[in-house]
Design a protein around this ligand. Structure first.
Ligand code: NDP
Length: 419
């Protein structure tokens, strides 16, 4: 029985909160705290009477470490689940350190203002030394390892689907199917259709920054960088069908390259429709994806935040999205001296998610693993002092809970591979 403080109340949080309430044996109490308290109150009201979990709500600005500390001292949680934005990772980790509370998130740290000279100096040094130019990387959060170890608390990084389940699938493949894994292809396919010419399935700012950036993959001990959307493949996804997919940089490549001994190549592909790519390119060309503030009629606005206000709220896509997602990993390696390939994946149906928790499958496939990671930390099934990526823990209890909480998976021992 534990108390969980959940920070953020958007699309992913909504699902994680529903799932915590389905798991009241672990989460006897939760507090939903976010910038806009009315969203927390609305969810509390929707769930009251449907669960034994006691739900409270609070307003908090997660950019403010002191405000977070005050909330944690008052609520006394066993763990904090960060489902706000990657911009808040470090402030929430600072507050967890100050209060001696375990930490779980779903995305690695990203700077909000990429024009900030202090951040830029560190970023440019990292680009030179490591060879990939994404605005996010694990170095900021891995730098907390010693402090979390000394404080005797756990940080679990990246407990969504990708990163998250993809790391658990990797640990599971390594534990049960391979002596050594040599190649990993992570495939993220959204075969859903929301009927809008252009919308993003999760936070537009984070999504568009990720997709419009250079791609990269890990090969033979170093990063290979590509232009945005330079590498395209076609794959016939089980239960979805044939889709075009593009190579992107993705954060779990960085941790898997470190945590999978002997791995030679790791790539990440995501499917996109032509309409999405055309709109994104046009918005980028006119400067609407910029995070640098501009002055407009006497006030400062951030173009991508203004764009977010115009686009459909990802949380509102649920009722209109039909179709399925298929996300998984193809592993090639050796077992008992013989080369083999397996594909572990989950298929999730947008409309089934909507019927169950009122959201589309992208939030669902992230919110379920966020709850599972938090449950394993609160129950001390996963325990350790320091900062950990998800593939560093025993995958079996997580895989078991994926089946129980709505994300069953398939192991295909004869899959189509990616050229
Ligand atoms: P949303 O934009 O829907 O929700 C973000 C929430 O955080 C909102 O409730 C927002 O408040 C709140 N928030 C933002 N800033 C602050 C702040 N300073 N203080 C307090 N609360 C704040 O995002 P999503 O739910 O789509 O995404 C949540 C997280 O999940 C992101 O980090 C995203 O990168 C990650 N993600 C991970 C995936 C994975 O597979 N690993 C996949 C998809 C998403 P307000 O309502 O006021 O705006």
């Amino acid at each position: 029985m534990g108390r969980l403080l959940i920070i953020g109340c958007g699309g992913v949080a909504g699902v994680a909160i529903h799932k915590c309430c389905q798991n009241s044996g672990t989460f006897s109490e939760i507090c939903i705290a976010s910038r806009t308290k009315s969203k927390c109150d609305a969810l509390q009201e929707k769930l009251s009477g449907t669960t034994d979990t006691v739900i409270t709500t609070a307003q908090v600005d997660a950019d403010d470490v002191d405000a977070l500390i005050a909330l944690m001292r008052e609520y006394k949680p066993d763990a904090v689940l960060n489902v706000a934005l990657p911009y808040q990772d470090l402030t929430i980790m600072d507050a967890c350190l100050a209060c001696g509370v375990d930490y779980i998130d779903t995305a690695n740290y990203e700077a909000e203002d990429t024009e900030d000279p202090a951040w830029r100096a560190v970023y440019e040094k990292r680009c030179r030394e490591k060879g990939f130019t994404a605005y996010f990387d694990y170095s900021w959060q891995w730098a907390y390892r010693e402090r979390f170890r000394e404080a005797g608390i756990t940080a679990l990084l990246g407990s969504g689907f990708d990163p998250g389940v993809t790391g658990v699938f990797t640990a599971y493949a390594l534990k049960h199917y391979f002596d050594e894994i040599h190649e990993i292809d992570i495939l993220d396919c959204n075969g859903g259709d929301h009927g809008y010419p252009f919308a993003t399935n999760f936070n537009p700012e984070i999504n568009l920054r990720e997709v419009s950036a250079n791609g990269s993959y890990w090969e033979d001990g170093h990063w290979v960088e590509t232009r945005p959307m330079e590498i395209k493949r076609v794959y016939d996804f089980p239960e979805v069908g044939e889709k075009e997919m593009y190579l992107l940089h993705h954060e779990e490549i960085e941790s898997l390259a470190k945590n999978v001994p002997g791995v030679r190549r790791i790539r990440f592909f995501m499917t996109f429709g032509q309409s999405y790519l055309t709109h994104m390119k046009c918005l980028e060309d006119v400067g609407m994806l910029s995070t640098a503030p501009v002055r407009y009629e006497g006030r400062e606005i951030v173009p991508i935040q203004f764009l977010k206000a115009l686009l459909p709220d990802p949380a509102s896509l649920g009722p209109r999205t039909v179709g399925k997602t298929n996300i998984g990993c193809i592993f090639t390696g050796v077992k008992d001296g013989k080369e083999k390939t397996i594909y572990i994946y989950n298929v999730c149906d947008h409309q089934e998610c909507y019927r169950e928790v009122g959201s589309q499958a992208i939030s669902y496939t992230t919110g379920v693993p966020a709850m599972i990671g938090a449950a394993l930390i609160v129950n001390k099934v996963w325990d350790g002092d320091g900062v950990f990526n998800i593939e560093e823990f025993d995958p079996d209890p997580f895989m078991e809970m994926l089946r129980t909480y709505g994300l069953p998976w398939v192991v295909d021992e004869h899959p189509q591979t990616v050229e």
